[in-house]
Ligand binder design. Structure first.
Ligand SMILES: Cc1cc2nc3c(=O)[nH]c(=O)nc-3n(C[C@H](O)[C@H](O)[C@H](O)COP(=O)(O)OP(=O)(O)OC[C@H]3O[C@@H](n4cnc5c(N)ncnc54)[C@H](O)[C@@H]3O)c2cc1C
Length: 331
């Protein structure tokens, strides 16, 4: 946040009464003006030149004006500014680069947030009143680089329904194309991509904090790279099962792929529930299972800390799909 003097404001503006007045933008001259409702006593409050101010909102109780500067629509130089109601004490709230082409602006006093539409940036954004925590609430780009060329993705208008917990925005469409649209979203709504452990954990945490979460998963099962395998004598994995049940994750039979062992050869997938192991490896595994049945709970807890890479002590590293442990699968 930086402070700078506002050039060329009317000398008398600083003494202008602020109640019962209109505040409005002069886009092409880059000015904010104030006048009585009948048009008298017109004063220039802010004059920044060709920065193309486009959204304006007042916080009368705090004595502040906030406005957006679109900047050059082809450059990532949009910004959001604040000054006192008389134009003094101008500071940058969102610096150039924090938003692409900010258009309409709304203040949500209760949460202390500014909401705005970013046209060529193809986003609906918000930030705290001091410019911290800049977020993209909606990103309509679908992979387009900014500045976005498709006007149907341009976000322009914004309205916040504080009591209803929703915000609304418009997307423009081409000139006179009849393609303009109005959208609505809950303020506490998020989409998480991928139902792997990371995505599910993020969605779970958000939902615990009353966010409405949609998880988008490309495949027909959740869990990502993690799946459960049950083998004789294996621990019950009570914690993991409890978590799966809380997250409504179905358990399915393990399918083993050799690519884990032999990364250069083409992977072959074992039948669901079976292992693709050599006789020697099978013997090591069965021996381990026998020992496991007579292990103490403390030893089971120690085992839970072991994975393939640090399980040498138990002989796991010598278990492989072939006698050598790293050759192609021979059943
Ligand atoms: C053989 C193997 C052994 C491992 N052993 C261990 C171990 O011993 N200990 C350990 O801690 N870790 C281990 N890992 C790593 C661990 O499994 C992963 O780090 C973890 O599962 C990754 O979780 P994730 O949610 O980040 O990603 P993933 O589990 O890969 O989940 C990503 C999900 O996102 C979905 N997705 C991707 N793109 C899109 C899209 N555009 N739209 C919608 N959905 C999408 C995918 O379909 C998938 O379901 C192992 C991994 C492998 C493969």
């Amino acid at each position: 946040m930086s402070a700078k003097a506002s050039p060329s404001i009317d000398a008398a503006a600083k003494n202008t009464p602020v109640s019962g007045r209109l505040f409005f933008l002069d886009l092409s001259a880059g000015r904010i003006l104030s006048a009585n409702p009948d048009g008298s006593d017109l004063k220039t409050i802010i004059n920044e030149g060709r920065k193309l101010p486009d959204g304006l909102v007042l916080d009368v109780a705090a004595g502040h004006i906030y406005w957006t500067n679109m900047g050059d629509a082809k450059r990532n130089d949009g910004s959001i500014m604040r000054s006192d109601l008389n134009g003094k004490s101008m500071i940058t709230i969102v610096p150039p680069g924090g938003t692409f082409t900010p258009k309409q602006l709304q203040l949500e006093k209760r949460s202390g947030k500014l909401y705005w539409s970013d046209r060529e940036g193809m986003r609906v954004m918000r930030a705290n009143l001091d410019g911290s925590e800049i977020e993209s609430l909606v990103d309509t780009s679908q992979g387009d680089s900014r500045p976005g060329p498709d006007q149907r993705k341009w976000c322009v208008g914004i309205a916040v329904d504080t009591d209803g917990g929703k915000f609304y925005w418009t997307q423009k469409g081409g000139h006179d194309a009849g393609l303009g649209r109005i959208f609505r979203m809950r303020q506490k709504e998020r989409a998480v991509t991928g139902a792997g452990v990371a995505g599910l954990a993020a969605a779970y945490r958000l939902s615990q904090r009353n966010w409405e979460v949609t998880v988008l998963e490309a495949t027909d099962r959740v869990g990502g790279r993690v799946a459960a395998y049950h083998s004789d004598g294996a621990p019950e994995h009570k914690e993991m099962r409890r978590l799966c049940s809380r997250l409504s994750l179905p358990l399915q039979k393990h399918q083993y792929a050799n690519s884990f062992w032999n990364q250069t050869a083409r992977a072959s997938l074992s039948a669901p529930g079976s292992w693709c192991m050599s006789p020697k490896s099978d013997a090591i595994w069965k021996n381990f299972q026998k020992k496991f049945r007579t292990s103490t709970p403390h030893q089971w807890r120690q085992l839970d800390k072991i994975d393939y890479s640090n399980g040498r002590h138990y002989g796991f590293r010598s278990i492989g799909p072939t006698e050598s442990g790293h050759g192609p699968c021979t059943v």
